[in-house]
Design a protein around this ligand. Sequence first.
Ligand code: G6P
Length: 608
Amino acid sequence: MCGIVGAIGERNVAGILLTGLKRLEYRGYDSAGVAIIGQDGLQRVRREGKVQGLEDAVQASHTSGQIGIAHTRWATHGVPSERNAHPHMSGDDLALVHNGIIENYQALRDALQGEGYTFTSDTDTEVIVHLIHQAQARGEDLLAAVQSTVRRLRGAYALGVVSTSDPDRFIAVRSGSPLVVGLGIGENYVASDQLALLPVTTRFIFLQEGDVAEVCRDSVRIFDRDGTQVERDIHEFDGTHEDAEKGEYRHYMLKEIFEQPVALQRTLEGRLGSVADLDGLFSENADLLHKVRNIQIIACGTSYHAGMIARYWLEALAGVPCQVEVASEFRYRSHVVPEGTLFVTISQSGETADTLAALRATSSPNYVGRLAVCNVDSSSLVRESELVLLTRAGPEIGVASTKAFTTQLAALMMLVLALGRVRGLEQARIQTVLDEMRQLPGLIQQVLQLDGDIEKLAEDFVEKHHTLFLGRGTQYPVAMEGALKLKEISYIHAEAYPAGELKHGPLALVDKDMPVVAVAPNDELLEKLKSNLQEVRARGGELYIFADRDAALQNEDGVTVLNMPPVPECLIPIVYTVPLQLLSYHVAVMRGTDVDQPRNLAKSVTVE
Ligand code: G6P
């Protein structure tokens, strides 16, 4: 999604802006631009395509100055092109960048055109900059003009605004789209994500909904939605600069796959010493767990798959009924909320627009509480939920989610055990699962050693156009996640099916050109799965099976088996996800796609 960076200092800020944009590239974008106030007034440079192209253009035009705003655009209104790229301007003196969607833009645009404003783009954004211009023309200063303009906007937005009339400050607004203020020495910044600013600061203020910030070199003033000046806490970045670097790895995705043992270690740390530790998970609201009679999980994308797996665990281990739904569907349908429902959101970023909107619509008194399972502790989702389970995966940059998913699963298993404990799950059973969970980092490490074998396997997929993924039980969502990874980054069409459903349709597609990937741990459904795989073989389908080495599955003509270590049942979905991540990664690399920033996709989907 769109990314914003703004900076003011005593030096040329072009480098800060461009570095910031590069660090936001992971969010997904199609064009980029900057507007900088320098000796020659306001200079704007925009380019379709990569930030590198923009950087070259900025250098070639010697654009420089001590205050500026910058943007990466992910097209919503209007095709990806230079004319639709931000910043947008009104006249020669005022420029604006925007992340989000303005829902009432058409009415505003019609009115502005009626008053003589000419539009040079197809975006919803351009109305905002003309409205601010209009307010300035009425005599309002930049801050007042932005404040009066945002009162006329409906929708979600984060904004950055500069004007040559006010060359010593820029204005930033947060309403529905994330924005963080970075504090430097003699210079200050804003960005959509603190990662963008780590090269220049580790001190941040997370703006709250409706906040308007006036950012000067030596001061930052923040006003709430009502225009009252407010104080917001300053947070020190909790992590290292390297967490967000690629290091020796070719892609962030590969680094993040290989980081999983460490990330999982962090998720579990201090939480699994003994059964009693589970009580500490939600220390402040522990009583709430006693009231839970039902669970509603809401999420999007990969996080939704984590929710699907958690449902199996919640019903089997904690004995609590559970529904799981994608946020974009849930939020627009009427639903019955059973008494005693815990509303659980799962999200890597904590800023996904649909998930947040679903959370904000939880008005029924039948909800006993709202729990966020999230990777970003400063996110909106975390701030707006009374219970929080942080996954502690560290920054995830690759658009295709990997370590965020496996750490979500580990966190969800802890929730299952905590609920199981208050609902009478035997202590000995809980202790066994806790002991098994401590094996997780080591088991993942073993699977990562299969990387070379998986890379060889990937060669068979490079020329294919379709792939089918099969699993049963908790392995069905694992298969869904495998299919999602493959389609996201290799652009090969991939579908996942519960293996028992094969004969009800997808079997018709199976032939030698449709590889079938199956996950076959040694669990109670193994024999059933084997029969389903026979159905594939009998129709000439090529099988690739990730199987427990005790599953008695052998390589044979048309069947390639990759042996996995024996895995305790509760860890199976976490461990079996890893080879599927590696498979997608290698197929994508061989096909030459942009692995970390696949076409058309965004890391953090902050618009509906
Ligand atoms: C986007 C990302 C996915 C992610 C999904 C949900 O589609 O590309 O990787 O799973 O959003 O994001 P969240 O941050 O809520 O987990």
